[in-house]
Design a protein around this ligand. Structure first.
Ligand SMILES: NC(=O)c1ccc[n+]([C@@H]2O[C@H](COP(=O)([O-])OP(=O)(O)OC[C@H]3O[C@@H](n4cnc5c(N)ncnc54)[C@H](O)[C@@H]3O)[C@@H](O)[C@H]2O)c1
Length: 312
């Protein structure tokens, strides 16, 4: 199949692009290299058409979807904290970019559009685990933007018949996640800090929990979505169904790196939620998805990768 992966030079998009090429698909990547890097595409770089462009620019979006059957829309500026600091930047990269990609896909006759959604749309709630039937209550500009994208996907199915699906990712981690900014994913930050002998920062008391999902599981869910039947604008959790606290994560990384499980405490960040755990029943039912790699195995592979890439 001829597939477009937006954000394909980023963390998740690059893993997905590599898997699609290995499965024999013809892959084009659209990425403005805001945080992505061409070298993330590693060994498959020669087999992927990489187009530098912005998804929020209608001309770039239209050019990128020419001849494409399926779009995986992974491009975003995926940080709650950054969106609190820069709401307009977040809106453009998340909401506007998604709408422009959908417009372009509709006009070019793309058949299927699969979107990287986010668990952040649930916001803070007492009920756990999070089920898709719950009303979303986004707490940050990032979560609002991701939720707008979901609504657009739903109505693009209803209005124009595009086969659409949102996969709500829950705290993804793994090799190639960029630890280069304070907005980066917590596992990338903790691991590189301990490998480099620095003390990592924990915002809040470290008791907050997340359904940390190894990136191979997210790729597996996306590959299932390529062939699944009955895609009609649904939103589906993609996670593991198990949660771990930040303190536990830090202890596990310290054990693997030989570092000390100590962190500098800073006040909890605005827009962050306390607990996040997914019900993955719908993904199982609709896509036949099940997580392939457990947290401990994923963490080991991740720490090994950072040790090679960043360690002494
Ligand atoms: N990492 C997670 O834990 C997580 C959790 C939930 C959802 N998500 C979603 O998964 C997707 C991928 O996230 P990631 O962690 O790989 O992030 P990432 O920052 O590594 O990748 C995003 C990619 O999108 C590109 N990009 C940003 N804005 C763009 C634009 N306007 N046009 C073209 N390219 C653009 C960046 O350069 C980058 O390559 C995002 O949509 C994000 O919202 C991620």
């Amino acid at each position: 199949m001829k597939i477009l992966v937006t954000g394909g030079a980023g963390f998740i998009g690059s893993h997905l692009s590599v898997a699609l090429v290995k499965a024999g698909h013809d892959v084009r990547v659209l990425d403005n290299l805001f945080s992505g890097k061409r070298h993330n595409l590693g060994d498959v770089r020669g087999d992927v058409e990489i187009v530098k462009g912005d998804c929020a620019d209608p001309r770039a979006a239209r050019k990128a979807v020419q001849g494409i059957e399926v779009v995986y829309h992974e491009a975003a500026v995926p940080s709650v904290a950054r969106s609190v600091d820069q709401p307009s930047l977040s809106h453009r990269a998340n909401a506007t970019a998604t709408l422009e990609m959908l417009n372009a896909a509709r006009d070019a006759g793309v058949r299927r559009f699969i979107y990287a959604g986010s668990s952040s749309v649930y916001g803070e709630r007492k009920e756990s685990p999070k089920r898709e039937s719950m009303e979303p209550k986004p707490l940050s500009p990032y979560a609002v933007g991701k939720l707008m994208g979901e609504h657009y996907l739903r109505i693009f199915h209803e209005l124009y018949g595009l086969e659409t699906l949102t996969l709500r990712y829950f705290n993804v981690f793994g090799p190639r996640q960029d630890p280069g900014s304070p907005y980066s994913g917590v596992i990338s930050l903790f691991t590189t800090a301990l490998l480099e002998g620095r003390t990592p920062v924990i915002y809040g008391d470290g008791g907050q929990t997340r359904d940390f999902t190894f990136v191979a599981n997210v790729v597996a869910g996306n590959l299932k979505a390529l062939k699944a039947r009955g895609l009609a604008g649904q939103s589906v959790n993609l996670a593991t169904g198990r949660s771990v606290s930040l303190k536990q994560v830090l202890a596990a990384i310290a054990k693997q790196t030989g570092g000390v499980a100590k962190a500098t405490r800073k006040p909890a960040r605005k827009g962050d939620i306390r607990h996040s755990l997914a019900d993955i029943g719908l993904a199982r039912k609709l896509l036949g998805y099940r997580p392939l790699v457990d947290f401990e195995t994923g963490l080991r592979r991740t720490v090994d990768w950072y040790r090679q890439a960043y360690g002494a």
